[in-house]
Design a protein around this ligand. Structure first.
Ligand SMILES: [Zn+2]
Length: 345
């Protein structure tokens, strides 16, 4: 098959379109022909070099495609109902499936937990062999590019807002980075819970698109101070929940934007890993700081129910051919997109 692999870490130039051996499914696996694979910032981190990545390596976490072949044991599942030619998306989470955490449904706490395309090969290729538990049928209303744009960011945003921060109807939620995949998902999930949503972006075009997704207020983070605007919008009260993934560039503003007993939930560190916290604010205002990493299979199935019913919508920005993955990475790193960048093998 054709695949894009990296043989060394570095810039987009290390992405190499080449022939590799077809994968063979184990007896408990399904062989899927990849029709679309969405990019995430994780792809850039892995390309630049992360521990645990063995070279050569195939990037790509978000995959949609068609079933080509069922492993011997998969065909025996009476409930799975898989058949060849079926349109599916793949859960981006990789886990052992049999440790105490996995069998308790807490796959993102498994010691073997990783993401497709991170410590294991991903979907920047034509064929992938994947455990049957990770294969999920998609409705005809979603094309492959849309389906590939869903899993990682929607499961991440659902786990952050619903599972970790316990969002409740009517709360006020501040979503950092409206144009990011997690931002687009978090805005819509917060609106699903009838929340008031404030979001941030770097230009008016992106803020307009965020309002079209349901955001009630937009803050231009280059021209306005986030916490000042939040104070005005909330009549000095602050927000119940901040959805963070930016890091040092916004952290202080995010903490300042919280109301007393508010929660900040974070899933990323796009602008760096080190932030400060004033302990006097943390205890006196009784704030909660929550870490969140991907999500569980239960989170994924729950959020997909809303996507498949049309209540949550994937946003595709631009589609590239797989052989032009370098151009797709360069486009991703310019951060001009609103929504997901997708490649087609
Ligand atoms: Zn496990």
């Amino acid at each position: 098959m054709k695949a894009v692999r990296i043989h060394q870490f570095g810039g987009p130039e290390v992405l190499t379109y080449e022939d590799v051996a077809d994968p063979r499914p184990r007896k408990d696996e399904v062989l899927v022909r990849v029709r679309a694979c969405a990019l995430n910032h994780l792809d850039v981190w892995v390309r630049k070099g992360l521990p645990g990545v063995t070279l050569p390596h195939i990037l790509g976490s978000d995959i949609a495609g068609e079933i080509v072949e069922l492993g011997e044991y998969v065909g025996e599942f009476p409930v799975g109902g898989f058949k060849t030619g079926q349109r599916v998306l793949l859960a981006p989470m990789h886990f052992c499936g049999h440790c105490p955490k996995c069998v308790a449904g807490l796959q993102n706490q498994c010691r073997e937990f990783t993401v497709l395309g991170n410590a294991v090969d991903g979907g920047n290729c034509e064929l992938i062999a994947i455990p049957a538990a990770s294969v999920i049928a998609i409705p005809d209303t979603l094309d492959f590019d849309q389906a590939a744009s869903v899993p990682l960011v929607f499961v991440t945003a659902w786990h952050m807002l619903v599972t970790r921060a316990g969002v409740r109807p009517g709360q006020t939620v501040l979503v950092l980075g409206a144009s990011s995949g997690v931002g687009i998902a978090a805005i819509q999930i917060a609106k699903l819970f009838r929340c008031r949503v404030i979001t941030t972006a770097g230009d008016e075009t992106k803020l307009e698109k965020a309002r079209a997704l349901g955001a009630d207020f937009g803050i231009n983070h280059y021209q306005q101070k986030i916490s000042d605007e939040v104070r005005k919008i909330t009549n000095k009260a602050g927000v119940d929940i901040v959805v963070e993934h930016v890091g040092p560039a916004t952290w202080d503003e995010s903490v300042k934007s919280l109301k007393s007993s508010g929660s900040l939930v974070t899933c990323g560190a796009t602008t760096g890993p080190d932030v400060k916290i004033d302990l006097r604010h943390l205890f006196a205002r009784q704030l909660t700081l929550l870490g969140s990493y991907m999500g569980t299979m239960a989170d994924l199935h729950e959020v997909l129910g809303h996507v498949f019913a049309g209540r949550l919508k994937p946003v595709v920005d631009r589609v590239f051919p797989l052989k032009d993955l370098r151009a797709a990475h360069e486009y991703l790193e310019k951060s001009q997109m609103f929504g997901k960048i997708v490649v087609n093998p």
